[in-house]
Write a protein that binds this ligand. Structure first.
Ligand code: ATR
Length: 287
C-alpha cells in the first residue's frame, strides 16, 4: 500500500502465531503493483478470540481474510456459507466478506493446481505419487483426483493413508493405491510415476539435510513438487534438479493459494511474479 486513504479496503490474515507469515508482503506487493487501494494486515488471534474476531470482520467490514494455523478448521462453524470444496476438505484458508455474508473457501488445494497448470503441467491421466497423508495431503489428493490423476499415497503411518485413500475413492470414484513409506515401495511407485509431491515436513528447517526420497530414485522424466518452502531449495528439490527433473518449490504453492484469494477479494488477475518475488524477499528476511 503506498498510502492509506478513507476508501482503503482492508484484508488480512488471522492465525497464532502470525508474525512469520509471508502473506502480508505478498499481497501488499500485489496491491501496489496493480495500483489497488487495498491494505493487508496480520492479526494475531488466539483460539478463545476466534469467534469475536470473525464477528469483528463483519463489524469492521474487512473485505477478506486468510486463515492459518490453528484456525483453519474451527473457523468453519462461524461462517455463513462454505464453498463445497472447502467443506469436503474440512478446512478454510480464505474468507470473503460480501456485504456481511461470510463465505469460506479453501484456496490451498486449487492454488496448488493452478500453480501446476501455470507451468504447463496437466494432472489429467498422470500417475502421481503423494508422500504424506496429513492435512496438506488431503487437499492436494482431492484436487488431483478431481482433475483426473491416478494416485499412489505413501505415508509413514499407513492407516492414515488408507483413511485418506478411502475418502478420495468414495468422493471421486477413483482407485487410490496405498503403500507404506519405505525404499522398496518408493522405488516401485516412482518407476511408473510422472509427478511426485512431497506433503510431509521432511527436509524443513532445522532438518534440512533430510530428504523423503533417496536421490537414486529421481529421474529426468519426473516433475517434483515440495510443499516445504523453508528452505526454498530443499534437499529433495536440489537432488531432483541434479537428476534432470523439473521442480516446483513450496513458495510457488504459497503464491498459488494467495493468488486465488487475491482474485476473490479484488476481482483482478493476480500478478504471480510480483507475489513470488515479495514472498522470496520476505523469506530471506526471516532467515
Ligand atoms: P500437515 O497438515 O502440514 O499435512 P500433518 O497433518 O501433521 O501436517 O501431516 C504431516 C505429514 O508428514 C504426515 O503425513 C506425517 O506422517 P505420519 O502420518 O506418519 O505422522 C508426515 N511426516 C512428518 N514427519 C515425518 C518423518 N520424519 N518421516 C516421514 N513422514 C513424516
Amino acid at each position: 500500500m503506498s498510502s492509506i486513504t478513507g476508501k482503503t479496503k482492508v484484508c488480512g490474515i488471522i492465525g497464532d502465531p502470525v508474525e512469520h507469515s509471508m502473506s502480508p508482503a505478498m499481497h501488499n506487493a500485489a496491491f501496489r503493483a496493480l495500483g489497488l487501494d487495498y491494505a493487508y494486515l496480520p492479526f494475531r488471534v488466539c483460539r478463545e478470540e476466534l469467534q469475536n474476531a470473525v464477528a469483528g470482520l463483519r463489524a469492521l467490514n474487512v473485505v477478506g481474510l486468510n486463515v492459518t494455523i490453528p484456525h483453519k478448521v474451527a473457523v468453519m462453524s462461524f461462517l455463513d456459507k462454505l464453498d463445497p470444496l472447502a467443506e469436503r476438505i474440512g478446512a478454510v484458508n480464505t474468507i470473503v466478506n460480501d456485504d456481511g455474508v461470510l463465505t469460506g473457501y479453501n484456496t490451498d488445494a486449487p492454488g496448488f493446481l493452478q500453480t501446476m497448470r501455470s507451468k504447463n503441467i496437466e494432472p489429467e491421466g498422470k500417475n502421481i505419487v503423494i508422500l504424506g497423508a496429513g492435512g496438506a495431503s488431503k487437499g492436494i489428493s482431492f484436487i488431483l483426483a478431481g482433475a483426473g490423476a491416478s494416485l499412489v499415497i505413501l505415508n509413514r503411518t499407513r492407516s492414515r493413508a488408507e483413511e485418506l485413500a478411502a475418502q478420495v475413492s468414495q468422493i471421486y470414484q477413483r482407485q487410490v493405491e496405498v503403500v507404506a513409506l519405505n525404499k522398496k515401495n518408493m522405488a516401485r511407485a516412482l518407476d511408473g510415476a510422472d509427478i511426485l509431491v512431497n506433503t510431509t515436513s521432511v527436509g524443513m528447517v532445522p532438518g534440512i539435510e533430510q530428504t523423503p526420497v533417496p536421490a537414486g530414485l529421481l529421474k529426468p522424466r519426473l516433475v517434483v513438487f515440495d510443499i516445504v518452502y523453508n528452505p526454498l531449495e530443499t534437499r529433495l528439490l536440489r537432488e531432483a534438479k541434479a537428476a534432470g527433473a523439473r521442480t516446483i518449490d513450496g513458495l510457488d504453492m504459497l503464491v498459488g493459494q494467495g493468488a486465488l484469494a487475491f482474485e476473490k477479494w479484488t476481482g483482478q488477475k493476480a500478478p504471480l511474479a510480483v507475489m513470488k518475488q515479495a514472498a522470496v524477499k520476505a523469506l530471506k528476511n526471516e532467515g
